[in-house]
Unconditional design. Structure first.
Length: 240
């Protein structure tokens, strides 16, 4: 019977253990390298995303800027003839309505006379415009003018006496200045129809004359109010 060679078995066992140990060490670096490669790829991806985000923000800003430019462009577009006709009709209508109210509520005869002139002149202007072959089309300008006129009329209806007179004349000064500004800056430069342009050119000097009369009357009312206050103060002092 053969006896096992113990030294040989021992050496064989040590060899196997050594091989296993080397194999485990060689596999760990390989795994580490793979992990490093994966980490590097992720870092590159994150860097690319970070670099692309400013471009996205720039695109968003560009879109907002374009939208704002479009809005500004649309608001600055010239009016067409139909929109111009709607604006002048709204202005004339407002003057007629306010003038009729002033004829019935004004306490100063000069204010009532001015109001009668407004009803007559702006009523005539409305009839002249109706004779033109120009249709009306509301725009933001005409709608705003009509809304402001309604608000002003409601405010006037709440006043009486000298307060009404001053408020009405102040309103006439404000409105005629606004119409003159619109005529020069918006309406006349944009009008295309020859008849409409001639109508606007005829309307302008009348509006200028109305404004001059309203400003003169405003000063007279201010002087009258000042004299009335001084007289009242003197009377109160005398009664003491």
């Amino acid at each position: 019977m053969l006896r096992p060679n113990i030294p040989t078995l021992y050496l064989t066992a040590l060899s196997v253990v050594g091989l296993l140990h080397c194999s485990s060490h060689s596999s760990e670096p390989s795994k580490t390298a793979a992990d490093e490669s994966s980490s590097g790829s992720m870092a590159q991806t994150n860097s690319a995303e970070a670099n692309s985000s400013p471009s996205g923000a720039s695109d968003a800003q560009g879109g907002s800027s374009t939208s704002a430019q479009r809005g500004a462009s649309s608001s600055s577009q010239k009016l067409d003839d139909a929109q111009i006709a709607a604006i002048t009709d709204a202005a004339n209508s407002a003057e007629v309505e306010q003038g009729r109210l002033a004829q019935s509520k004004a306490s100063d005869p000069r204010v009532r006379s001015f109001a009668a002139m407004m009803v007559e002149h702006h009523g005539e202007a409305r009839r002249d415009q109706q004779a033109l072959s120009v249709s009306k089309q509301d725009s933001a300008d005409s709608e705003r003018m009509s809304k402001d006129a309604d608000t002003a009329l409601s405010s006037l209806q709440q006043k009486s006496g000298a307060d009404f007179d001053r408020a009405y004349i102040q309103l006439q000064c404000d409105e005629h200045r606004k119409v003159l500004s619109d005529l020069d800056q918006k309406l006349l430069p944009a009008a295309q129809d020859p008849g409409l342009r001639a109508y606007l050119e005829k309307l302008k000097p009348k509006v200028q004359d109305h404004l001059a009369q309203a400003e003169r009357l405003q000063k007279e009312l201010g002087s009258s109010s000042s004299r009335t206050s001084d007289t009242s103060a003197s009377e109160r002092a005398a009664n003491r």
